[in-house]
Design a protein around this ligand. Sequence first.
Ligand SMILES: [Fe+2]
Length: 344
Amino acid sequence: MGRALLGGAAAARSPRDSALRVHRFSTPPALGRPRAALIIRAHFSEAAALFRLAHVSDLHATRVRFSGAREWNAKRALGWISWQTRRRHRYRPEIAARLIDDLVASAPDHVAVTGDLTHMGLAAEAAEATGWLARLGPPERVTLVPGNHDAQGAARDHEVMDAWRPYLNSDAASGAGPSFPSVRVRGPIALVGVSSAVPTPVHLATGRAGDAQLARVAQLLSELGARGLCRIVLVHHPPTRAHVSWRRRLEDGDALCAIVARAGAELVLHGHTHRATRDAIASPGGAIPVLGVPATSSAAASRPGAYQVFEIEERGRGRFAITRELHEIDLARSIVRARPREVL
Ligand SMILES: [Fe+2]
């Protein structure tokens, strides 16, 4: 199960490669059909049917540096004390780097990032975090929604958001505006990005989507569902209540859950819990999985840094088989381990 971080073995583990190997070795020459043709057909059907989506969240991999007095406020003053005494030991950039190297080597089709790249949403952190995004991939292959730690400035549309705009924007062809929700379509997948990042008072880490954004989410999910796409909602705060306290909740989470249940979705991915949480939203079409992931840089033994990969197979129009595999850092051995694949 263990795998060396820098061994370059991940490419050989690609499911497309392994599928090809199976077809090559299991194709009996006695069938009398051109062997090369069978291999090519296997390659194209696999490429069309299987989509690999990686999910990371809560990188918290930046150094806290203030650019001037205007960046200070009460929440950031307490945050700075917390970072000096606790957070800079708990969240280690080298752990995020190892996991991201592993993720990139496995060549997913797309990467979803559900916020909290920074500790305090400072301009210097935003610039540093742009480097982490580039390390994950180009903007057309990486989709981002912000987290509460990224929105500790005075306004919702903080300069942090501007620095990351290429990763936040909707597809140009979608007709969506520059604000949230965002929508990106990649193959059979439609990513609907919801921003829950709003400035909050000291001691609160809540989020809010807002009525206008929620109304547009309902419309988008219906439209994308009618196109037979696999709808994946990305939001920093979990919309369900099972894994967050009152002071860390999504204030309009019930409304988002009701919309997802009514309009339909195939997955909801979030961060904020810093754990590989699993919950569900009941809907007329069945339970819709709601899944969290540990913080990428976490050095905590109880919830070490991790990312997760979803394999999404189209089984007919609007029908998908989805599995999840968690890739977790082994802090003692400096290797990344894959947990057993989970069918959703
Ligand atoms: Fe976080």
